[in-house]
Design a protein around this ligand. Structure first.
Ligand code: HSE
Length: 307
């Protein structure tokens, strides 16, 4: 039997205007995934999970689905066991499904020496997103594989990765409310946005990228905004205290956005200010009787093998 243990990061998608384009890998939280293969085990996939519960059926588990696809494409005939330590809360907007899918794609590539490029791993991992979101969006799996920040652009989509300035850090605010489904959070979105929203979003997205590269929180404050998706989701209950969160971010002079499909928010600021920023957000939520979990973290690496 051969096996490999990998660490797969949480990720935050959209960051305001970058719907299905922008994604950022986080150092914390992360999943640990063990993948082992027993030769000629009869094409069986067994999944077990500790931590947050997720589906165990390979057709409904984002990692299991990736394994099924890779098994078929590469005529793998073995027994594949996937053990997931699920630390990234599912349905939080933190790329939980992408982490599992990316971990399995990465581990199978290494265990079978398939020599897939990182772009090919992203494509495989994105198939797992179909299981949870109904569409193979790349903006969580790309940072989960590449690490750092990734931009998705073009048809067919290409991935443009870069490392944000190291002085920046991240606060994730995860309100303790019912689990959101990415699938549901996409169903309510319109298929078009008007021209004035589109050009304003191009401005916001450009400022966000510039702010990350230059390490300028003032640009992130002005850039991490959206006129296409966030407010609609907030209106449908996929984000809590949306206006209050925006007002607090304005007061603190930092960038804040709904993380992916929510309900988590991501704030980006200088690393030495993260503790007090986290406290301000905790108070905002607790004053309205909404508990929240806070992660004070940094931009992280893509999935990698651990001992
Ligand atoms: N771009 C995706 C969405 C990310 O907002 O639906 C989901 O995590």
């Amino acid at each position: 039997m051969e096996s490999m243990r990998v660490k797969a990061p949480a990720s935050s998608a959209n960051l305001g205007a970058g719907f299905d384009c922008f994604g950022l890998a986080l150092e914390d939280p992360y999943d640990i995934v063990d993948v082992s293969i027993t030769p000629k085990g009869g094409k069986v996939i067994e999944i077990s999970v500790e931590g947050y519960p997720i589906p165990l059926d390979p057709e409904r588990n984002t990692g299991g689905y990736v394994a099924l696809k890779m098994m078929k494409d590469f005529s793998l005939e073995d027994n594949i066991r996937i053990r997931i330590q699920k630390n990234i809360p599912p349905g939080s907007g933190l790329g939980s499904s992408a982490a599992t899918a990316s971990a399995v794609a990465y581990a199978l590539n290494r265990l079978y020496d398939l020599k897939l490029s990182r772009d090919e791993l992203v494509r495989y991992a994105s198939l797992g997103e179909v299981v949870s979101a109904g569409t193979p969006h790349l903006d969580n799996v790309a940072p989960a594989i590449y690490g750092g920040f990734t931009i998705i652009a073009g048809t067919p989509p290409r991935i443009y990765p870069f490392q944000p300035d190291d002085r920046l850090g991240v606060v994730v605010i995860l309100p303790r409310i019912g689990k959101a489904s990415t699938y549901e959070a996409r169903k309510i979105l319109p298929s078009t946005i008007d021209l004035s929203s589109a050009y304003r979003n191009v401005g916001y997205g450009s400022l966000t990228v510039l702010g990350l590269i230059l390490g300028r929180v003032d640009l992130l404050r002005d850039g991490m905004r959206d006129e296409g998706v966030e407010r609609i989701r907030a209106h449908h209950g996929f984000a809590q205290l949306y206006d209050e969160v925006r007002m607090l971010a304005e007061k603190l002079g930092i960038g804040v956005a709904l993380s992916g499909a929510g309900p988590a928010y991501i704030a980006i600021a200088y690393r030495d200010e993260l503790g007090s920023i986290a406290e301000s957000f905790r108070r905002l939520f607790e004053d309205r009787d909404i508990g929240c979990r806070i992660y004070i973290t940094r931009m992280g690496r893509g999935v990698y093998e651990v001992g």
